[in-house]
Structure formats: C-alpha cells, structure tokens
Design a protein around this ligand. Structure first.
Ligand SMILES: [Zn+2]
Ligand SMILES: [Zn+2]
Length: 138
C-alpha cells in the first residue's frame, strides 16, 4: 500500500470517509452510534508538514471546522502556514521609494509609489501637514 504517493489528496479523503463510515456502521465501540446528528466523531490526528516535514496536530476541532467549510486537510504545519501568509500578505518590510519632499526639498523615503500629480512630503513635513499648519491649499 503506498497511498501516500500519487493522488494523495483525493485518495486520502476517500480513505478517511470510508474509514469514518465503517466506524459508524461497525463495531459499535463508540456507543453513541444511535444518536442522530453527531455521527461523525473526530479525533486529533498527527499530520506531516509538506514544507518542513515536522509533524503537527490536526485537532478534532480543526477537523470539524475544515469539513464544515469544505476545506482540504492542511498540508502544512501552522507555523509554515503563518509564514506563507506573511510572505504573501506583504506585512514584512515594504519597498521604499526615494522621493524629494515637496515642502522642504529634502530626500525622503516613502512606503508607496509616488505619483507625479501629488505632493510628497518627508516624514517631518508630513507630520506638520497633518497637524494642520494653516489649512490645505489644495
Ligand atoms: Zn512546517
Ligand atoms: Zn520635508
């Protein structure tokens, strides 16, 4: 049996669901099999992260949540998922653009791409503008 290879995702889900239905119909060990509405019982499982190969716990709560949402089971540990998110979300160091302050003429860096049609200020002048020197002249 090398169920780990090839069609890992679908195959695996299939195996799980057949396991679940077996345990439902099966031995009666669960004792609560007659109760309707909560036939599926989840147990904490240990999965292996596809990124760092560490094993992590896919908790019963998470499993229930994932299946409610129709998600595939996670392929990465929480840490790797988190670092992926931050990589993509761009909450890391942002790209800075060099600009010349429209007010004092100093060189400054801003975290956005300056547009030609708008004045750009260094942080000092920006703070001044915000604190409201003499109202906008826009
Ligand atoms: Zn990982
Ligand atoms: Zn300035």
């Amino acid at each position: 049996m090398d169920w780990k290879s090839s069609t890992y995702g679908q195959e695996f889900v299939h195996v799980i669901s057949s396991l679940l239905s077996k345990s439902r119909l099966g031995t009666g060990d669960l004792g609560t099999a007659h109760e309707r509405g909560r036939l599926v019982t989840y147990e904490d499982r240990t999965l292996t992260c596809g990124d760092c190969s560490e094993s992590f716990t896919f908790s019963a709560d998470d499993q229930e949540f994932f299946s409610l949402k129709g998600y595939q089971e996670p392929k990465r540990c929480p840490a790797c998922r988190q670092s992926r998110k931050t990589e993509r979300g761009g909450s890391g160091p942002r790209e800075m653009h060099k600009v010349t302050c429209s007010n004092c003429g100093k060189e400054a860096e801003v975290p956005f791409e300056p547009r030609g049609d708008r004045p750009v200020y260094c942080s000092d002048c920006f703070a001044q503008q915000r604190s409201g020197g003499g109202g906008g002249n826009y």
